[in-house]
Design a protein around this ligand. Structure first.
Ligand code: FAD
Length: 466
């Protein structure tokens, strides 16, 4: 039987990063993945394929809506949806292949099959053909991720009533896509199909979309997507989803309790994701899970069985690839005897719609609730030269800083390239920068990043361009 210092179960961004960091630190490492391809949800049916389709649909939408204004006349613009999906599949295959390369490069042994605990140091790996093998590991990192959740009364047939996984591989563009859930995944995939010509109706239980984000972002994003043609039904509680074969009928009560019927050819259920622990054999080792199905861990991401750790979507916290990656690195370093640390307040959140939305730190609502004395600076994208040059004038940036010390406490952006721009705010906050630190740093002109500088200037009523 092969023996390892560390076995990692699951090859998503949490698992594969943990495996690489373990190997870098000189630990003999194995990675176990149930599917034939590495990379988990993120690479196969999450971050990467959704961004590939967002990019393709963005090109089409731009060509259709904005090229003429730029002085580019295009005749016979058409969508080849099959090719769009093929390209997406190629991007996924290349990226997943890259993980195989990294495993080889770092001399990590790969096992394909379902990993299941026999006891705290032995794992059985069951392959697709039913055969199995056993390995021994001094330490194990569980990184088994999550699966889409649904509502108890909804039957997912995965043809008409679908999850994000199917929405990434449809064979036709829906005529009317009903999206249940106005969170990140629903809005990104809703954007893809709206840009490609589908009528898209988003039904959200809460009064705002992207609940939990700063209210300014939710409001501005809804306004922008509405302008693009997406219809929103907030404060609507879905009560039934009836699948009639070619048509799906969704009924939702509005806030007065009056039922409204929505008829579409596809319904995307995007009401969140749930931790995935099926088949892991947690009961064989007595690992505790919370009532939400998350594996219980302490501040070192250690389970109640001291040589077994858990990271990523399967434990508490934001279900994000980069959060899983940070946790993978942290656990590997802890196992190697180091003392790493993650500041969860500084894990950024992003929505890859257009305009993009990105945030880090505290929202204004959180600061108010905590009674923090703060000041705020805002800057509208439309006042930015770079934004006007590219006609990306929707959006704004808000910076929240401590009223006394001026330390930046939260940054909330909506606008072109916000997903990339948020990195500057994360770094600033990691180094506990004040808004004046950013305001006094030179930002190349003309760039979108100048909007962050201007918002920081605005914190102290010094904005130049507004
Ligand atoms: P996962 O990526 O879910 O990987 C878990 C792996 O474990 C899977 O491959 C699974 O097959 C394997 N596994 C499970 N059980 C076993 C077992 N018993 N034995 C062996 N293998 C097992 N996040 C972002 O940060 N940015 C984005 O833009 C983004 N976009 C997304 C878009 C969509 C449509 C979706 C669905 C998600 C998106 N996410 C995004 C979320 C992101 O994909 C997850 O947060 C991330 O994948 C979690 O990583 P993980 O390593 O915890 O688990």
């Amino acid at each position: 039987m092969s023996k390892y210092d560390v076995a990692v179960i699951g090859s998503g961004p949490g698992g594969y990063v943990a495996a690489i960091r373990c190997a870098q630190l000189g630990l003999k490492t194995a990675i176990i993945e149930k599917y034939n391809t590495l990379g988990g949800t993120c690479l196969n049916v999450g971050c990467i394929p959704s961004k590939a389709l967002l990019d393709s649909s963005h090109h089409y939408y731009d060509a259709k809506k904005h090229f003429t204004t730029h002085g580019i006349d295009v005749q016979g613009l058409e969508i080849n949806f099959e090719q769009m999906i093929t390209r997406k599949n190629e991007v996924v295959a290349q990226t997943s292949g890259g993980i195989n390369y990294l495993m080889d490069k770092n001399k990590i042994d790969m096992f394909q099959g379902i990993g299941s605990f026999i006891d705290a140091t032995h794992i059985k790996i069951t392959k697709q053909d039913g055969s199995s093998e056993e390995i021994e590991a001094s330490k194990t990192i569980i990184a088994t991720g999550s699966k889409p959740s649904t509502l108890p009364f909804i039957e997912l047939d995965k043809k008409r009533v679908i999850t994000s996984t199917e929405a990434l591989s449809l064979t036709e563009i829906p005529k009317h896509l009903i999206v249940i859930g106005g969170g990140v995944i629903g809005l990104e995939l809703g954007s893809v199909y709206s840009r490609l010509g589908s009528q898209v109706s988003v039904i959200e239980y809460m009064p705002t979309i992207t609940p939990g984000m700063d209210a300014m972002l939710s409001k501005e994003l809804q306004k922008s997507l509405k302008k693009q043609g997406v219809k929103f039904f907030t404060s609507h509680k879905v009560t039934s989803v009836v699948n009639n074969g070619d048509e799906v009928v969704v009924t939702a009560d509005n806030k007065k309790g009056i039922p409204t019927e929505f008829k579409g050819d596809y319904t995307l259920i995007s009401v969140g994701r749930k931790p995935y622990t099926e088949g892991l054999g947690l009961e064989n080792v007595g690992i505790k899970v919370t009532d939400r199905g998350q594996i219980e861990t302490n501040e070192h991401l250690q389970t109640n069985v001291s040589n077994i750790y858990a990271i990523g979507d399967v434990v508490k916290g934001a279900m994000l690839a980069h959060k899983a990656e940070e946790e993978g690195t942290m656990v590997a370093e802890l196992i190697a005897g180091q003392k790493p640390h993650i500041d969860y307040n500084l894990i950024p959140g992003v929505v890859y719609t257009w305009p993009e939305v990105a945030c880090v730190g505290k929202t204004e609502e959180q600061l108010k609730e905590a009674g923090v004395n703060y000041k705020s600076g805002q800057f509208a994208m439309r006042a930015l030269g770079r934004a006007r040059a590219s006609m990306d004038i929707d959006g704004q940036i808000k910076v929240l800083a401590d009223a006394e010390t001026d330390e930046i406490l939260g940054v909330h952006m909506i606008g072109a390239r916000a997903a990339d721009m948020i990195a500057e705010a994360v770094i600033a906050m990691e180094f506990r920068a004040s808004s004046e630190d950013i305001a006094r740093s030179s930002h190349a002109h003309p760039t979108f990043t100048e909007a962050f500088k201007e918002a920081c200037l605005a914190v102290n009523d010094r904005a130049i361009h507004s």
